[in-house]
Design a protein around this ligand. Structure first.
Ligand code: BGC
Length: 464
C-alpha cells in the first residue's frame, strides 16, 4: 500500500466529520425542527415537519385482520396482519403476519400515477387470491414512502416523488383517492383504505407494538427519513386536539441540508452524485447517507483514485466508469468481509471482478477502506439527526431525568450493512451524553407495512 498511503489519509480526513462538528449539525437540526413546526417560520427551513394525524398508538387491545400496504423504494409489500387474543391470557394481542413482496418494475416507477396504482391494486388482488381473502371487506393501512400533506388520516396530498420515482403526474393529488380508484378499477377487491402514513411513521407505530417507549421511527434504506412523537401544542398547523396529546410528525429530514447546513462537509464526490441525480440540489442529506447513493459515492472515489494512479494500476475500471456501476449492496458485503478481520479478500476481489475490475492486493485493501470511510460518515450524520430528535423529545419531558427513548429502525442499509447499526448507536450515545437522554435502537422488521396495518387497527378500534 506504501506509496498511496498519504492519499488515503487525505481521503479519510475529507470524509471525517468530528464530534464537535456533529454536535453542531445536531444543534442545527434541532433548531430547524422547531422552526419547521411553526407556520409563520416554516418557509425558512427545508425539513417539512409534517403532522401525520396518527395520534393513537397501539395499546394491545386491537383485534381483527387488517391489510398493510407498503410502497417503498424498490418493492411493494402487501401484508395481512391478524391480531388475536393472546395465548398467554395477557391483554396484548398476539400478532401474525403473512406477506408478499413484489418488485417494482422500472417502467412503473417512470410511467403515470394511474399505472403505478393499478400495479398496486393488481398485486393486492394477487395477494387476496393467495390468502383466500377475496370478497372479504378488510381495512387497509397504506404506507406511502414519500412526502405528503395531510389534514386527516386518510387524505394525503403528494408533495413530490422522490428516490428513483420519476412519475410525471400525481403531485398535488390525494394518493388515498388514487389508491381507492385503482382498487375500484381492479374490480373484485373489497377493502376500505382507512389510513395512510409515511414509512417512518409506520415504523414508529410498529416499534410501539414492540416497545411502548418507542417514540422515534427511522428509515435508512433507498432513502432516509425520520418521524417522532411531538406534543400537539407544539405543532402550529394542528388544531382541535387537547394540548397534552402527542402526534407522530414526519420530519422529511432528507431535505435538511438543502438550505446549506452541510456545505462545509459536502465533498467533490457528493457534488458529482448530486449533479447526476434525478433531483440536483435537493436531498443533500439523503445523498450522503442512504442506499441509493452509498455505492455511487464509493464508485466516484475509486474512479478518482484510479485517475491519479493510486489504484487499479492496469487502468481497467470496467463498470466503475458508469454512473450506478457500483451497487450499495457491495459496500455492505465488502465491509462484512473487512470486519471479519481474517485478512480475507475473496469477497471484495470477486465483487471487483464482477464489475470488470482487475485489482491487486493493495487495491483491494484500499477499496475496503473507502467503503469504511463512506459508511462511517453516513452513520454519523444519521446519529447527529437522531440525537437532535432525542433532545427534542427530552425538551418535551423536562420532568424526566435520564430519559431513555426507543427508536424503531428499518430499511435496507440499517438491516443489511454490518456496521451501520453499531456506528449509529455509539455515535448517538456520545452526542446525547450531556443532554440527559439516551436512545435505544430496535429493529422494526417489516415495520412500515405492519405499522400501517396497526394504524388501521387503531382506526377501527376507535370507530367501534
Ligand atoms: C422520502 C421520504 C421517505 C424516505 C425513506 C425519502 O426519499 O422522501 O418520504 O420516508 O425516503 O423511505
Amino acid at each position: 500500500m506504501g506509496s498511496f498511503q498519504p492519499h488515503l489519509e487525505k481521503l479519510k480526513n475529507l470524509m471525517h466529520i468530528n464530534d464537535v462538528q456533529l454536535a453542531l449539525i445536531s444543534d442545527r437540526m434541532l433548531q430547524d425542527m422547531s422552526i419547521g413546526l411553526q407556520k409563520s417560520t416554516k418557509s425558512s427551513v427545508r425539513m417539512e415537519m409534517l403532522p401525520s394525524y396518527v395520534d393513537c398508538l397501539p395499546d394491545g387491545s386491537e383485534r381483527g385482520a387488517y391489510i398493510g400496504l407498503d410502497l417503498g423504494g424498490t418493492n411493494l409489500r402487501v401484508l395481512l396482519l391478524t391480531l388475536t387474543d393472546p395465548i398467554d391470557g395477557g391483554a396484548k394481542f398476539d400478532a401474525t403476519i403473512k406477506s408478499e413482496s413484489y418488485k417494482l418494475p422500472k417502467e412503473k416507477m417512470e410511467g403515470t400515477s394511474a399505472e403505478l396504482f393499478d400495479f398496486i391494486a393488481a398485486n393486492m388482488g394477487d395477494f387476496a387470491i393467495k390468502n383466500g381473502l377475496e370478497g372479504k371487506m378488510l381495512p387497509v393501512g397504506f404506507t406511502f414512502s414519500f412526502p405528503f400533506d395531510q389534514d386527516r388520516i386518510d387524505h394525503a396530498i403528494l408533495k413530490q416523488w422522490t428516490k428513483a420515482f420519476n412519475i410525471k403526474d400525481g403531485v398535488g393529488e390525494d394518493v388515498v383517492q388514487m389508491l381507492r380508484d385503482a382498487i375500484a378499477r381492479q374490480g373484485n377487491l373489497k377493502c376500505e383504505v382507512v389510513a395512510v402514513c409515511n414509512d417512518t411513521v409506520g415504523t414508529l407505530v410498529s416499534g410501539v407494538a414492540e416497545d411502548p417507549n418507542c417514540q422515534i421511527g427511522l428509515i435508512v434504506g433507498t432513502g432516509t427519513n425520520a418521524a417522532y412523537l411531538e406534543k400537539v401544542s407544539n405543532i402550529e398547523s394542528v388544531s382541535g386536539y387537547k394540548d397534552d396529546r402527542f402526534m407522530c410528525v414526519d420530519m422529511e429530514w432528507e431535505y435538511f441540508a438543502d438550505t446549506g447546513a452541510l456545505n462545509n462537509f459536502v465533498t467533490e464526490f457528493d457534488k458529482q452524485v448530486d449533479a447526476t441525480s434525478p433531483m440536483p440540489g435537493e436531498f443533500i442529506f439523503e445523498k450522503m447517507i442512504s442506499g441509493m447513493y452509498m455505492g455511487e459515492i464509493v464508485r466516484l472515489i475509486l474512479c478518482q483514485l484510479a485517475s491519479v494512479g493510486n489504484i487499479f494500476t492496469e487502468k481497467c475500471l470496467g463498470d466503475l466508469r458508469t454512473t450506478g456501476g457500483f451497487d450499495s449492496r457491495y459496500v455492505s458485503d465488502i465491509t462484512e468481509e473487512a470486519i471479519a478481520g481474517h485478512g480475507e479478500t475473496d469477497v471484495v476481489t470477486s465483487i471487483l471482478a464482477s464489475v470488470g475490475v482487475k485489482a491487486s492486493h493493495g487495491d483491494v485493501h484500499t477499496v475496503q477502506l473507502v467503503c469504511e470511510f463512506v459508511s462511517i460518515r453516513a452513520a454519523h450524520l444519521c446519529a447527529a439527526g437522531i440525537s437532535a430528535i432525542a433532545r427534542k423529545i427530552k425538551a418535551n419531558h423536562p420532568e424526566q431525568n435520564d430519559l431513555v427513548v426507543t427508536a424503531g429502525v428499518d430499511g435496507s442499509v440499517y438491516a443489511g450493512h454490518p456496521t451501520f447499526d453499531t456506528l449509529l448507536e455509539d455515535k448517538t450515545d456520545e452526542l446525547c451524553r450531556n443532554h440527559g437522554v439516551k436512545v435505544r435502537f430496535i429493529r422494526a422488521k417489516d415495520g412500515s407495512g405492519k405499522g400501517a396495518a396497526l394504524i388501521a387497527a387503531g382506526m377501527y378500534r376507535n370507530r367501534k
